[in-house]
Design a protein around this ligand. Structure first.
Ligand code: COA
Length: 534
C-alpha cells in the first residue's frame, strides 16, 4: 500500500477557522465529561463514604488490570435529561476493560446519582451494554448498588419489550450463549434488580452494605405487616448462608473486587481478533483533522485527508477510485488490523451505491471488518436519478450493509442525513460500535429543508381548499420553530444523550478508539447476504 498524498495547508484561513471551531467543541467535550464524572452532591458523597463504600469509578479502577485501557460507553448518556441534568451517565459508569487478562464489559451503578436508581435512559444503557457483550462475546461484570426502578417514572422503565424486564431476559440468553456473568453486590439490589445477581454465574456480596431482596423492608411492612431490617431480609447471612443466591462473602468493597479478579482469572481464554501487522502511526498528524473538517457539514473537503490521519502509515489502497467517486472505498490498516473503509465525499449516486455494494461483498467474503466514515447528506434525488434506479441501487447498498456479517464500525464525522444514515451503517444497521465527532449532525433532513417541505405541503392543502398560499411573512412563523428544533435535536450533544451513539470522541483519537474496538470485535456469524434487487 502507498501513502496518500496531502494537500492540506495548515496556514490557510479555512484550516485555521475550522481548527479554532473544533478546539472550542473539544473544550466543551472535556468540560461535559468532567461534569458528568465529578458533579455529585456533597450529601451523596458523604453518605456514600460513611457506609465505607468506594465510588463507582474507584471500584472500576481497582477492578481493572493496572495500566490497561478502559473504553467508556455512554459517558454522556442522559445528559441534560432528568433532574436538572443531574442524572449523569444515566446513573451507570460502564465500559470495556481488562480484568485478569480478560477483556470484559464492566457496569457499575453510581449510587451517588439518585441512589443508583434506574431511569428510562438507564434501562436503554443497560440494554446497549448487554448488546455489546452479546455481539462481541465479552464477559459481563456488574457492580450493583442501586435503589432499583426510579419510581416516579416507573411506567417508562417497566412493561415494554425494551424496558427493564429485557435486562433479565438478556441475562438468561447471555447465559445460554456461554457469556460469563459475574456480579458484586455492593449496595442494594432491590425488586427487579435482585435478578441481576440472581441470574449471574457467580456472585460476591459485601457484608453490611450489600443486600438483595424482591421487596425492601418498607414494602414488606406494607404488604404483610412484618417488621424486618434490610440485613435480616437480604444481607450476607441470608444469601451466602441460607438462600444460596450469593456464592462468596466479602468484608468490604476491596475484598469483593479482588474476588471478582480471581473469578475472571478462571474464565476460559478468549478468541479475540489479532492484528495482522505491527501498528504504525499515520504519516500526518491526526490533530490536523481539526483544520480539515468544517463545523458546517455542507462545506466540502477531500475525505482522503481524514483517512490519511486515521490509518497506519497513512497508507490506503483505493478500490475503484474514479467510479462513483462521491464514496471513497478501499483498504488500510488501523493499529495493525486490516479494514475496508467506506467514506463519503459527497452525495450518494447510483454508481457510488453500486461500488459500495461490490466493496462490502469483497470484504465480507474475505472476513475484513468494515469502517464507515459518515458525512452524508443523503442519496441523489430527482427524475433522472429515479429513472436510472437510484432507489434500487440504494436497496443494494442498504442490503449489503445490513446483512454483511463482518464486524462493522461507524464514526459520524459530519452530517448524517436521510437514507444516507442507513446506507452508511447508522445505529439501526448494527455497527458493533458507533462514535460521533463533536461536529456531527443527525436528522432526516436539515431544518431549512424540513421547513420548506412543510410549507409546500400546507400550500398544497390551501390550494385544494381554494385559499391563497401562506403569506411570506407567516412562513417565518412556521420555519423558525422547525429550524430551531432541528438545530437543538440534531447536534452531537443531543444525540449522545439519547445513546444514539456510544460516545463523542476527539477526532484525533479516532484511530485509537477504532483500534480498541477492532481488538474486541470478532466475526460471529456465517456469511450470507439478503437478495439484491438488480
Ligand atoms: N425511586 C426514586 N428515587 C429514589 C429511589 C427510587 N426507587 N430510591 C432512592 N431514591 C432517591 C431518594 O429520594 C434520594 O433523592 P434525593 O437525593 O433527591 O433526596 C436519592 O435517591 C438517594 O436516596 P437516599 O435514601 O437519600 O440515599 P441512601 O444512600 O441512604 O439510600 C437507597 C439509597 C437506594 C438504599 C434507598 O434510597 C432506598 O432504599 N430506596 C428505595 C429502594 C426500593 O425499594 N426500590 C424499589 C424499586 S422497584
Amino acid at each position: 500500500m502507498l501513502p496518500l498524498p496531502t494537500a492540506v495547508d495548515p496556514s490557510s484561513p479555512t484550516f485555521v477557522a475550522n481548527a479554532a471551531a473544533m478546539r472550542l467543541q473539544l473544550d466543551r467535550l472535556r468540560e461535559e465529561l468532567r461534569v458528568a464524572a465529578e458533579d455529585r452532591s456533597a450529601r451523596a458523597l458523604s453518605r456514600h463514604k460513611e457506609q465505607g463504600k468506594l465510588t463507582a469509578s474507584e471500584r472500576i479502577q481497582k477492578l481493572l488490570d493496572p495500566g490497561s485501557p478502559f473504553l467508556e460507553i455512554g459517558a454522556l448518556t442522559a445528559r441534560g435529561m432528568y433532574d436538572d441534568g443531574k442524572v449523569h451517565k444515566a446513573g451507570t459508569l460502564a465500559g470495556i476493560g481488562v480484568v485478569s487478562g480478560r477483556t470484559v464489559m464492566v457496569s457499575a451503578s453510581d449510587a451517588m446519582v439518585k441512589g443508583g436508581t434506574i431511569y428510562p435512559m438507564g434501562v436503554k444503557k443497560a440494554l446497549r451494554l448487554q448488546q455489546i457483550s452479546m455481539e462481541n462475546r465479552l464477559p459481563f461484570i456488574s457492580l450493583v448498588d442501586s435503589g432499583g426502578a426510579y419510581l416516579p417514572l416507573q411506567s417508562e422503565v417497566f412493561p415494554d419489550v425494551d424496558d427493564g424486564g429485557r435486562i433479565f431476559y438478556n441475562q438468561a440468553w447471555m447465559s445460554r450463549m456461554g457469556i460469563p456473568q459475574l456480579t458484586a453486590v455492593m449496595g442494594l439490589c432491590t425488586a427487579g434488580a435482585a435478578y441481576i445477581p440472581a441470574m449471574s454465574d457467580e456472585v460476591v456480596q459485601v457484608r453490611g452494605t450489600g443486600a438483595i431482596f424482591l421487596g425492601g423492608p418498607p414494602l414488606v411492612k406494607a404488604a404483610t405487616g412484618e417488621d424486618v431490617t434490610s440485613e435480616e431480609l437480604g444481607g450476607v447471612e441470608v444469601h451466602c448462608g441460607l438462600s444460596g443466591v450469593s456464592d462468596y462473602l466479602a468484608e468490604n468493597d476491596d475484598e469483593a473486587l479482588e474476588m471478582l479478579r480471581r473469578m475472571a482469572d478462571k474464565l476460559p481464554a478468549q478468541g479475540l481478533p489479532r492484528p495482522q501487522r505491527a501498528p504504525r502511526p499515520p504519516l500526518y498528524d491526526p490533530q490536523e483533522i481539526y483544520g480539515i473538517v468544517s463545523p458546517r457539514p455542507s462545506q466540502p473537503y477531500d475525505v482522503r485527508e481524514v483517512i490519511a490521519r486515521v490509518v497506519d502509515g497513512s497508507e490506503f489502497e483505493e478500490f475503484r477510485a474514479s467510479f462513483g467517486s462521491t464514496l471513497v472505498t478501499g483498504w488500510a490498516y488501523i493499529h495493525g488490523y486490516l479494514v475496508g473503509i467506506l467514506a463519503n465525499n459527497g452525495v450518494l449516486f447510483s454508481e457510488s451505491a453500486q461500488k459500495a455494494t461490490h466493496f462490502i461483498q469483497l470484504c465480507d467474503k474475505r472476513g475484513i471488518p468494515l469502517v464507515f466514515l459518515q458525512n452524508i447528506s443523503g442519496f441523489m434525488i430527482g427524475r433522472d436519478y429515479e429513472r436510472a434506479g437510484i432507489t434500487k441501487h440504494g436497496q443494494q447498498m442498504v442490503t449489503a450493509v445490513a446483512t454483511a456479517t463482518v464486524p462493522k464500525f461507524t464514526c459520524i464525522i459530519g452530517g448524517s442525513f436521510g437514507a444516507g444514515n442507513y446506507a452508511m451503517c447508522g445505529r439501526a444497521y448494527g455497527p458493533r460500535f458507533l462514535w460521533s465527532w463533536p461536529n456531527a449532525q443527525i436528522g432526516v433532513m436539515g431544518g431549512e429543508q424540513a421547513a420548506n417541505v412543510l410549507i409546500s405541503v400546507q400550500n398544497a392543502q390551501r390550494l385544494r381548499a381554494g385559499e391563497p398560499p401562506i403569506p411570506v411573512e407567516e412562513e417565518e412563523m412556521i420555519r423558525e420553530p422547525i429550524v430551531e428544533n432541528s438545530l437543538r435535536e440534531g447536534d452531537a450533544w443531543y444525540s449522545t444523550a439519547q445513546l444514539w451513539d456510544d460516545g463523542i470522541i476527539d477526532p484525533a483519537k479516532t484511530r485509537d478508539v477504532l483500534g480498541l474496538c477492532l481488538g474486541v470485535a470478532g466475526r460471529t456469524e456465517q456469511p450470507g447476504f439478503g437478495i439484491f434487487r438488480t
